[in-house]
Design a protein around this ligand. Structure first.
Ligand SMILES: Cc1cc2nc3c(=O)[nH]c(=O)nc-3n(C[C@H](O)[C@H](O)[C@H](O)COP(=O)(O)OP(=O)(O)OC[C@H]3O[C@@H](n4cnc5c(N)ncnc54)[C@H](O)[C@@H]3O)c2cc1C
Length: 389
């Protein structure tokens, strides 16, 4: 293991690896990623793979509009097929009031160039052939939203980062950050000390522990682990449920066909604040999610479930991540607390943090004030980021 590095990133999920890749791309050769387990083992490999620009506030819509352009080019850029598909997100309204809310959101998304539109149930049925259209009045449809393989994205970022000289140490937890008079001197791991002046906290649900290592109060950025689960069915014929299909009023339940093997991933908003490392799936979730999934797609009654798993939405009080420089310690940065939307944000967030470190500013349309890690201390909350599942 190296004893010195220019930058140490703590956390080898999609965010930490995207930052590492973008730093490497900018010519910062001497970067180390520390991962306490194996890369992707946190929330990233447990996610539903969805990517959308259908948010309900300006900051997230602008960032995601940019991100979708990045996702489109990412396989070429990484020289690794990440299986990105623009298969859309289809939200379904169950009442006239909800149709009005959809219209308001669509107007805002259109203002920033996201081509969402209101569609009829006839059109929805063409997009998702086995959909039960009867309970729904209209859909909000953005064909540019999509999905990608979390596995290939992680391996793609890691592979390319390594080509740029980044070193990734798996099974190497950071155990302390050495700080003297607000200056970072190094990171202590179980395998020795790496001297460095720049540290990035990309540990998501574990981020408060990393902040504490740097001498800060554990909860000055309050990120809490909420257990979220998914089940996946055996493969069905391709092209049946390509978009992420979600009636938000039905407990934020959703179904989406896996872009690689054709199994159907089903989620629902049965959320539970838990302790770190509790990734035990539950029978209650299985019952709840299948109740909703078979109402959305009745034919799923005849399909076997083959897997179930759990992971964390690492949530801040407003469900928006904390991204930026932490003022109390020089050259200490954070990108964590991504709730249910960190996978989709990874390319642009990695680029923005890397540019902030190297150039002091970024061309990514990321509203630093919106995601300011210090907002919670000031008692400021943003409007809650639109979250599903
Ligand atoms: C069921 C479910 C469905 C989801 N669906 C979606 C979706 O469809 N779309 C979407 O965009 N997002 C989704 N998400 C959210 C998404 O998975 C996360 O927001 C995203 O993966 C966050 O990436 P990350 O790199 O910040 O965190 P993580 O992947 O959690 O990575 C953090 C890493 O830090 C490591 N770490 C912690 N402490 C230390 C230490 N001391 N030293 C070294 N390493 C350490 C951890 O082991 C972990 O690997 C979903 C999440 C869940 C649970």
């Amino acid at each position: 293991m190296k004893s010195r590095a220019e930058v140490v990133i703590i956390g080898g999920g999609v965010i930490g690896l995207s930052i590492a890749y973008h730093l490497g791309k900018l010519g910062v050769e001497d970067v180390v990623v520390l991962e306490k387990n194996y890369i992707g083992s946190g929330s990233t490999f447990r996610c539903a793979s969805g990517i959308r620009a259908q948010f309900t506030d300006e900051a997230n819509i602008k960032l995601q509009k940019y991100n979708i352009d990045r996702w489109r080019r990412l396989s070429d850029e990484l020289e690794h097929d990440i299986n990105f598909k623009q298969s859309g997100y289809l939200f379904l309204a169950t009442s006239e009031e909800e149709v009005e809310v959809f219209k308001k959101n669509i107007k805002l998304q259109n203002k920033f160039g996201v081509p969402t539109r209101l569609i009829s149930m006839d059109e929805a049925k063409e997009i998702v052939p086995p959909l039960n259209t009867e309970p729904f009045l209209a859909g909000a449809w953005n064909p540019e939203d999509g999905k990608a393989s979390p596995f290939h994205v992680v391996y793609g970022f890691a592979k390319k980062a390594k080509e740029f000289g980044v070193e990734i140490y798996e099974y190497t937890p950071a155990v302390d950050i050495l700080v003297e008079k607000s200056e970072i001197k190094g990171v202590k791991t179980e395998k020795g000390i790496i001297k460095t002046g720049i540290v990035i906290n990309a540990a998501n649900a574990w981020a408060p522990i990393i902040n504490e290592m740097a001498g800060l109060k554990r909860d000055f950025i309050p990120i809490k682990p909420y257990k979220h689960q998914l089940v996946k069915t055996e493969p069905i014929a391709p092209g049946q449920i390509e978009p992420l299909t979600c009636p938000p009023a039905w407990n934020d339940s959703y179904v989406i066909q896996d872009g690689e093997d054709g199994g159907v991933i089903c989620g629902t908003g049965l959320e539970k604040l838990t302790y770190l490392d509790d990734v035990q799936p539950t029978y209650d979730f299985m019952r709840e999610v299948l109740k909703w999934a078979t109402k959305i797609i009745p034919a799923l009654k005849y399909v076997h479930v083959v897997r179930q798993w759990a992971g964390f939405y690492a949530k801040t009080p407003d469900s928006n991540p904390a991204i930026g420089r932490i003022q109390y310690v020089d050259e200490f940065y954070i990108a964590a607390g991504f709730s249910g939307h960190g996978f989709m944000m990874a390319p642009g967030v990695g680029e923005a943090i890397a540019e902030l470190i190297v150039k002091g500013k970024s061309k990514v349309p990321l509203d630093w004030e919106w995601y300011d890690p210090h907002r919670f201390e000031r008692g400021e909350l943003r409007s809650a980021a639109f979250q599903i599942g």
